[in-house]
Design a protein around this ligand. Structure first.
Ligand SMILES: *Cc1c(COP(=O)(O)O)cnc(C)c1O
Length: 482
């Protein structure tokens, strides 16, 4: 291969020059840098300190309890980082010939088999890069199924009022009409409300079970029969599968399509926008529509199969975020079926333990036993001129990542807590003690909460402005302070 070197000829004239030979390639003037980069002129030490200190301002599962609720980051075993960082995985490229990455294909194939046995579904695609991406893929598959049957009038998707925001957003983005149904007094799907809206124009009902209140839909088999009798399909939001692992299979509850979040239920890290992995599982009837390619096993040989004539096509380049799948694969192998059953047992035990401790301080609107998470209402704080957001901000001062607040929408002043399966009793007890302290502060010194957080580099932010007008670069910061 010829080697090129850069060389400065005169100021602002850059040449690309072959190391041998005389061919000089001039770079066009308009590609040249036209003004100073404006980089701060500082010493290496100052720079290293700057970034090291910035990194310490990050809060993550590695430096504290993070009981978010719904989108909770669960356990991220360090050994899986090491495995995923192996250069055999890192240096393979999807454009190599299949014979050179048989091991990767085998891993994907086996992972598919494991997710199939965990969920009872008939087929899997690993292409979607996140939960919401899995939802859109799943809903496109549902449309392909109805269209294939020439049943083209089904333009509505039903979601409960407790549903995760991505569910109605998915339905809308896929060009369906969203029909919302109210939950009953127990926080579950109201069968009468469902019956009223089900019809020949229903494409699917999207559910998560346990729902976002952390409650198990006990009537799921009746719901599934009602939906199927109406000719519609049942979609399962399987983002948080941890409370069901090794106990309940998605297919046995009657679901036709499911997305999993490997970056929640199967230990892979998330946050900061990814990368994630939201594989989709489907029942036998939906198999022909899966995105291509799917992975084929022929004796001991693995290959990509593009030969699915009713496929919805690609939803991601190549085959999804491979290295995320590697982590999840080893997590499942490390635990085995007994380990997975322990995950669900502990997720449920931890959530109920903490729920019982905290319901002394805030109202628990839905009283039944929860699965992996529970939701309290901060209505009581109003008596002190406070809101749930003030409690959440004060938790930061105590070294916690605040739980999810104001979701689900059906609980006023909601605070949603998922302790996750791997936290110890000591951590949960301390959290409950600190929660009690904050509730005492709320009545005796409400301003402490109102002005919290006190010990962070930036204090109370304007949440709306921070989301709409984020100041992410030094230049933005300079111009916003002019
Ligand atoms: C996290 C989550 C999603 C969306 O997953 P992303 O990977 O964030 O797109 C969907 N539904 C539920 C219930 C979730 O918790």
């Amino acid at each position: 291969m010829e080697k090129f070197i850069f060389e400065y000829k005169e100021k602002s004239e850059l040449y690309l020059k072959k190391e041998e030979g005389d061919g000089k390639v001039e770079i066009s003037k308009d590609l040249l840098q036209k003004k100073e980069l404006g980089l701060p002129n500082i010493s290496e030490g100052t720079l290293v300190r700057h970034f090291t200190n910035l990194s310490r301002n990050n809060f993550g599962v590695d430096n504290g309890f993070y009981p978010l609720g719904s989108c909770t980051m669960k356990y991220n075993p360090k050994v899986n980082e090491k495995i995923a960082g192996n250069d055999k995985f890192l240096n393979s490229h999807p454009l190599m010939d299949e014979e050179y990455f048989q091991g990767n294909l085998e891993l994907l194939y086996n992972m598919g088999e494991m997710l199939k046995s965990i969920s009872g579904m008939a087929g899997i695609t690993f292409q979607p890069a996140a939960g919401a991406h899995g939802e859109v893929t799943g809903i496109m598959l549902i449309r392909a199924y109805h269209n294939f049957k020439k049943d083209t009038k089904r333009n509505k998707i039903i979601v409960p009022d407790s549903s995760h925001g991505t569910n109605p957003a998915t339905a809308a983005i896929a060009d369906f009409e969203v029909v919302e149904i109210r939950s009953n007094k127990d926080g579950l799907v109201d069968l009468n409300a469902l019956k009223k809206v089900l019809g020949p124009d229903t494409a699917a009902l999207m559910l998560t079970n346990p729902n976002t209140l952390g409650l198990f839909e006990k009537e799921i088999l009746t719901i599934s029969k009602m939906v199927h009798d109406a000719g519609a399909l049942l979609y399962y939001d399987g983002a948080n599968l941890n409370p069901l692992l090794g106990r309940v299979r998605v297919a046995d509850m009657g679901f036709d399509v499911v997305h999993f979040n490997l970056h929640k239920s199967f230990s892979t890290p998330h946050g900061g926008g990814g990368p994630g992995s939201g594989p989709v599982g489907v029942s036998k009837d939906i198999l022909p529509f899966l995105p291509v390619p799917i992975i084929k096993k022929d004796k001991d040989l693995f290959s990509f199969n593009y030969d699915l004539k009713n496929s919805i096509g690609h939803v991601h380049s190549f085959y999804g975020n491979f290295n995320v799948i590697v982590r999840a694969y080893f997590y499942i192998l490390e635990l085995g079926i007994e380990g997975l059953r322990k995950v669900s047992e502990k997720a449920i035990l931890n959530a109920n333990y903490l729920k019982e401790k905290l319901k002394k301080y805030l109202e628990l609107p839905y009283k039944s036993n929860c699965l992996h998470e529970f939701v309290l209402s901060g209505e009581k704080l109003k008596a002190f001129g406070l809101h749930t957001t003030d409690l959440a901000k004060r938790l930061i001062d105590y070294g916690y990542h605040p739980p999810t607040i104001y979701f689900p929408l059906i609980v006023p002043e909601a605070i949603m807590i998922e302790p996750v399966e791997t936290e110890t009793k000591e951590v949960l007890d301390k959290f409950a003690r600190d929660f009690e302290k904050i509730m005492n502060e709320a009545s005796s010194q409400p301003d402490l909460l109102k002005e919290a957080p006190h010990n962070t580099p930036v204090k109370r932010l304007d949440d709306v402005m921070a989301a709409r007008n984020p100041v992410l670069t030094f230049d933005d910061y300079e111009s916003s302070n002019k």
